[in-house]
Design a protein around this ligand. Structure first.
Ligand SMILES: [Zn+2]
Length: 220
């Protein structure tokens, strides 16, 4: 969609503008880094405090959002740095902010398992300017998150949107959310089972030592 860049006026802010990634930075590698960074939040943040959140924002999050030198983020750089965000948050509120963001991200991820829900998620992230199209030096196209997201949930979701737009089918076939512990993974077996490896391991394990499962059960 919208691949005709020749019509865009130089300097014009346009959805058609494709960001060229730096040398040796692959579009798929960025999608993977975005996914890993988002899953680190989703799967670990329940145990985080202010320090851990700050490290995530200034470390992996800052790494994957460094590629968009857009006019808006330059103008608003003071306002979009992670530090002011944290300064705004009272230490006692960090737990709640993390918990609410995680709940919102999980609910949104749940919707991306369905193609229609995924498309509407992607559209809202695009419309908000939280992701932009990119192309690497090998002409592989992908998506990168911007620094425009302000709410913690939106910051996490912008990473997932970049990954989703690059590899939507993995959300439709492999994305799994454990019914027992809400751990998020990309694993077709976990998805079918509805539980993560930790919680799924007991389900098909032999009840006694004599009983074994020589084959995977039909449809497992
Ligand atoms: Zn689990």
């Amino acid at each position: 969609m919208m691949s005709n860049t020749a019509l865009a006026t130089p300097g014009e802010e346009s959805l058609d503008t494709i960001l060229t990634l730096p040398e040796k930075t692959g579009a798929i590698a960025i999608a993977s880094a975005c996914r890993d960074t988002a899953l680190e939040f989703v799967n670990d943040a329940e145990r985080w405090g202010k320090a851990e959140l700050a490290m995530w924002l200034m470390g992996p999050y800052a790494q994957v959002t460094q590629y968009v030198p857009s006019a808006t983020s330059r103008m608003r750089s003071e306002a979009t740095r992670p530090i002011p965000l944290l300064r705004e948050i009272d230490a006692r509120m960090v737990d709640r902010v993390i918990r609410n963001a995680r709940t919102e991200v999980l609910a949104t991820l749940q919707r991306t398992m369905d193609p229609e829900g995924g498309a509407s998620f992607a559209f809202s992230m695009l419309a908000a300017g939280f992701v932009v199209r990119c192309e690497d030096r090998q002409h592989v196209t992908g998506w990168v998150p911007t620094t425009d997201a302000r709410r913690l949930a939106d910051r996490v979701l912008s990473l997932l949107a970049a990954d989703y737009l690059t590899r939507p089918t993995e959300y439709e076939t492999d994305l799994s959310i454990c019914g027992a512990c809400t751990a998020v993974d990309f694993d077709g077996v976990s998805r079918l089972r509805g539980t993560c490896h930790r919680h799924g391991s007991g389900m098909f394990a032999p009840k006694s030592r004599r009983s074994t499962l020589p084959y995977m059960p039909e449809g497992a």
